[in-house]
Design a binder for this molecule. Structure first.
Ligand code: ARG
Length: 755
């Protein structure tokens, strides 16, 4: 389904239209002679999650064409009349000319010249006066054909319900159409009509689902004259191109049209069933507008047995929870798949559906002879958690432009037989293209591909996502605007909570980035091999590949964004420019090594139990300021044994060519020189980065209250900003909104450990 509809619904208004249904109360009481047999297909004889229909099953199905192609569905209700949806014909408030449209009747496949099918020109299109937009209801249209349809086994009208007709919730009905088989995934050739069984949801059950924020954090108010059909768990639904087509329910051997496909939020999404125009309330409108010499539509009275005992059933509000991304314990990933290819080390991938595993293409394909797909799939095995034996592989589908850059180094493996999903194995959730992982999201790094992690490193590193602005300014190309939330980001930057040891970067391993929202894990990105220790490293977002993955797998678990709490960081989206780059990244680190040998008298070495050493800064005679992440391990609240050495953490940066005598875990702080010549502590390195600094300013109150004797720049004394292009601090770095807050720790020095 198109982004277009999703986005247009962002601005939907939800005021009901009074009087929309006022004129529909007319209901003939006595049985009329039936001039037309309806709703009976010849005996014998996308939709998302549906299947090919048998020819002749749905003889009232019409395809409405404009410009030579299928646009919408419709249903034949009388020889010269087709029922469809108003929104198919109204653009920007104006009704399109009937002459541009034609109706294809009796078609099964739309490939080539459909046999037994015939085309009719459209003579007139009628739309209710009060129709304005799909979300406001009255989304129906009547099309008068220029000549009556040729009725036959493949072309027959459907029965219409009277205004008094009640379709019980819980009834299984069928929707049909040539629409997309998933969001943004058109029905493939030979364009065979699709059918899908949908359950009628009562108004209360449907409203209950739509009252919970869903895609785009939207809720929706159903209006009278609308009807919902589908499943709380989604996955089966109508989609773009099905609009105008019928939703039919069988009663006593006849098919009645209960609804007209109208709209939805995405297609097949969880808790977002399809919304249909209810046909029964429009009996009077249809009768009034269908005029002419030929027989009109049939409105048989509701068969007795289906009418009785309907309203007693109580509806319950069943909300579906995500079926993917649940891990009982972080780290024991129920989607972890190890692909065993004879002769090579296992390749780590992720289960994305009952029968598909996602892994790097470079695990399986030789970049040099990539046009030769491997043929020994028979010998391949996939190990999944809690499965008694290995799965066999049926197919390997490399990414359409698998390029051996991380961004598209992806392949999908189909298992010979689908696995039963339970606590394990269970697929990981994949993000939709518009997903926005919030800054500060809790993430983990997991094994990916064939690389071995450096010894001693936990393969379950915890990470936190850096704001998109920072990530973009570190890794984005200069002059490329920062993508707004909702636009796929170019990169995702996790900041690892556990520091790696300097000099031992994970050059030799790939990682996938799993991020959590409301307890549900998403495969957010992947990262290939890289050199250098620049942190936070950029991961290629997976969300851009969602459409390809769902296209191939037809049922990978794409899940809606679950967390929308942007917090104050949401403002970062307004900052559209990055500070100028220097050779050190987004901001200069400190004066160049020209002053080699000059000691920074306030720098301290903070030695934490276990050997970690990080930089502290003397802010008052007895106080050293350090970054929290240097001092505290994640999740631990006990302060470890710490020693602080003063007067020895000298030259920063270390002179070129010098051997590192010890590992310094955190980057030196950002110092700026004022006009008076004194140096001011302006920022502390953001965890995991040597290029990004969090401004100290906001912490001034806390520092002065704790320390008392610390010296602060007087409010009037503005820092001195060096000219553009110099390697010193740039004002943008302090002014950039969305700057992470520094997590600081003040150490009170006791004489014992004063070095
Ligand atoms: N408006 C769509 C169309 O023009 C139909 C969308 C139905 N969507 C759904 N999720 N049920 O074809």
């Amino acid at each position: 389904m198109s982004q277009h509809l999703l986005l247009s619904l962002v601005i939907l208004a939800i005021s009901p239209i009074p009087g929309a249904l006022q004129d529909t109360a007319v209901s003939p009481t006595q049985e009329e002679p039936e001039d037309l047999d309806c709703g009976r297909p010849e005996p014998s004889a996308r939709i998302m999650g549906g299947s090919d229909a048998q020819p002749g099953t749905w003889p009232w199905q019409v395809s409405l064409h404009r410009g030579g192609g299928h646009i919408c569905g419709g249903s034949l209700i009388a020889p010269s009349w087709v029922l469809s949806a108003a929104h198919c014909f109204v653009t920007n408030g104006t009704l399109e000319p009937a002459a541009e449209w034609s109706a294809l009747l009796g078609a099964h496949s739309q490939d080539g010249t459909p046999d037994g099918a015939h085309v009719r020109a459209v003579a007139a299109i009628l739309v209710p006066d009060n129709y304005s937009r799909v979300e406001r209801g009255a989304d129906l249209a009547l099309l008068r054909l220029a000549a009556p349809a040729k009725l036959g086994p493949a072309v027959r009208p459907v029965c219409l319900p009277r205004a008094s007709h009640r379709f019980a919730h819980g009834t299984a009905c069928w929707a049909t159409g040539w629409g997309d088989i998933q969001e943004a995934d058109p029905l493939p050739l030979p364009w065979v009509l699709q059918e899908v069984e949908l359950i009628l949801l009562g108004e209360a059950a449907c409203q209950c689902l739509y009252s919970r924020p869903g895609p785009f954090n939207l809720t929706f108010q159903l209006l009278p004259g609308m009807l919902c059909a589908g499943y709380p768990e989604g996955r089966r639904d109508t989609c773009q191109g099905d609009s105008g087509g019928p939703l039919v329910c069988e009663e006593a051997g006849r098919w009645f049209q209960a609804g007209i496909t109208s709209f939805g939020f995405g297609c097949g999404r969880r808790n977002r069933p399809g919304v249909f125009t209810a046909v029964a309330p429009y009996e009077a409108w249809i009768r009034e507008h269908v005029k002419g010499p030929e027989p009109g539509p049939a409105f048989p009275s509701q068969p007795q047995e289906s009418h009785s005992g309907l309203q007693e059933l109580r509806e319950n509000c069943t909300i579906a929870l995500p079926e993917c991304g649940k891990a009982l314990q972080p780290g024991t990933w129920p989607w972890e798949a190890r692909v065993m290819v004879p002769g090579s080390r296992p390749c780590h991938g992720a289960l994305v559906s009952e029968s598909w595993v996602l892994a790097p293409a470079s695990c399986f394909l030789d970049p040099i002879s990539s046009d030769r797909p491997p043929r020994d799939l028979d010998a391949w095995r996939v190990l999944l958690p809690s499965r008694p034996r290995a799965e066999r592989v049926a197919r390997l589908v490399p990414h359409e432009n698998a390029s051996w850059e991380d961004a598209s180094d992806l392949a999908l493996l189909q298992l010979r037989a689908p696995v039963n999903l339970s606590a394990a194995p269970r697929p990981v959730c994949l993000p939709h293209p518009e997903h926005y992982f919030l800054p500060g999201s809790r993430c983990r790094l997991a094994r990916w591909g064939r690389g071995e992690p450096a010894p001693g490193l936990s393969p379950l590193l915890e990470a936190e996502l850096l704001g998109g602005w920072w990530c973009h300014c570190l890794y984005g190309r200069q002059g490329v605007p920062v993508p707004l939330p909702g636009d796929p980001p170019h990169a995702l930057c996790p900041v690892y909570l556990e520091e790696e040891e300097a000099g031992r970067c994970w050059n030799d391993s790939r990682w996938s980035l799993l991020c959590q929202e409301e307890g549900t894990w998403f495969l957010a990105g992947v990262r290939g091999f890289s050199t250098g220790c620049l942190r936070p490293r950029a991961f290629s977002p997976l969300q851009t590949h969602g459409p390809w993955i769902s296209h191939v797998t037809r049922g990978a678990y794409l899940e809606d964004q679950l967390a929308w709490d942007w917090g104050p960081e949401g403002e970062e989206t307004e900052t559209q420019t990055c500070p100028p780059h220097t050779e050190h990244g987004a901001c200069g680190l400190r004066p160049e090594a020209a002053q080699m040998g000059v000691q920074w008298p306030w720098l301290a070495e903070v030695h934490v139990a276990g050997g970690r050493v990080c930089t502290g800064i003397l802010v008052a005679p007895g106080w050293v300021l350090a970054a929290t992440h240097c001092v505290l391990r994640l999740g631990s609240t006990t302060v470890p044994y710490i020693e602080v050495y003063l007067g020895r953490a000298g030259t920063s940066p270390l002179p070129q060519g010098h051997q590192l005598s010890r590992l310094v875990t955190s980057a030196p702080p950002l110092l700026c020189q004022t006009e008076g010549g004194s140096w001011v502590l302006t920022g502390m390195a953001v965890r995991g980065s040597r290029e990004l600094f969090a401004a100290i300013g906001p912490e001034e109150v806390w520092i002065s209250q704790t320390v008392g004797e610390a010296h602060f720049l007087s409010p009037g004394g503005s820092p001195y900003w060096p000219p553009e292009g110099s390697n010193l601090c740039h004002p943008d770095i302090a002014g950039a909104s969305g700057s992470p807050r520094p997590a600081l720790f003040l150490l009170l020095l006791t004489p014992l450990i004063q070095g």
